[in-house]
Design a protein around this ligand. Structure first.
Ligand code: B16
Ligand code: MG
Length: 222
């Protein structure tokens, strides 16, 4: 029986994915005078800050020292946090507040499974600090998405087996992580929707009854 819902944050609960992309773009422009291609930046969705920076540098054929790498990661976070100043309760993506309420009403436990070290700050700005029963800490897991660790930690945080969880994601790395954890993957947005067990074009289209009906159909089929 499905008992808990695990949520990605950036790109599912709030449109902070766009802020990450803006911050990376400015960082690369300021330091290297380059225009990072949108498709390269899009590949960082769901990846940790350091994995994202490594992917961007490698994609642009750039090499930096360890100290420069640390400095660049810190600077990107400072740029990102400036953009987060714009966040407020209206920044919750369409359909998410209703979905969270509907899950609660059906007795689901709720956990956050975000790669972001800024998650507590973002939840606070969105007015969602008290909403989740557990927030998995990305600093305490060995491997970032696409490894399953953060989803396993979130399921454990709410005392559920991963097989008894549905998990919501907007990134390819996140969908792979959910599948590796053994939970049911609900994908939001074109790419994630294609790779997930159940997909929706955007958060506004998320429909809990449809998700639960599909899970039940799959269970009775096999
Ligand atoms: P931070 P999610 C991820 O959040 C973002 O998708 C990814 O773009 C970002 O690099 C990562 O968090 C780390 O974020 O720099 O704030 O620690 O999608 O897993 O909620
Ligand atoms: Mg995301």
């Amino acid at each position: 029986m499905t008992k808990a819902a695990l949520f990605d944050l950036d790109g599912v609960i709030a449109d902070t994915a766009a802020y990450h992309l803006q911050a990376w773009h400015k960082l690369v422009q300021d330091h290297f005078g380059l225009d990072a291609p949108a498709d390269l930046l899009a590949q960082t969705k769901g990846l940790s800050r350091t994995d994202s920076l490594a992917a961007i540098l490698s994609g642009l054929d750039l090499t930096v020292t360890d100290d420069e790498f640390t400095q660049l990661a810190a600077e990107k976070n400072a740029l990102y946090q400036q953009l987060l100043a714009n966040l407020n309760e209206d920044s919750i993506l369409p359909g998410i507040a209703d979905l969270l309420a509907a899950l609660r009403k059906k007795g689901f436990r709720l956990a956050l499974a975000s790669a972001s070290h800024n998650a507590p700050l973002i939840l606070d700005k969105l007015g969602l600090s008290g909403t989740f029963d557990a927030i998995a800490d990305p600093r305490k897991v060995a491997h970032g998405k696409p490894a399953p660790d953060i989803f396993l930690a979130a399921a454990k945080g709410v005392g559920c087996q991963p097989e008894d969880c549905i998990a919501f994601e907007d990134s390819a790395a996140g969908i792979a992580a959910i599948k590796a954890a053994g939970s049911c993957a609900v994908g939001v947005g074109q790419q994630a929707a294609r790779q997930a067990d159940i997909g929706f074009p955007d958060t506004a289209a998320l429909d809990l009854d449809q998700i639960l009906a599909q899970i039940n159909r799959k269970k009775s089929a096999g």
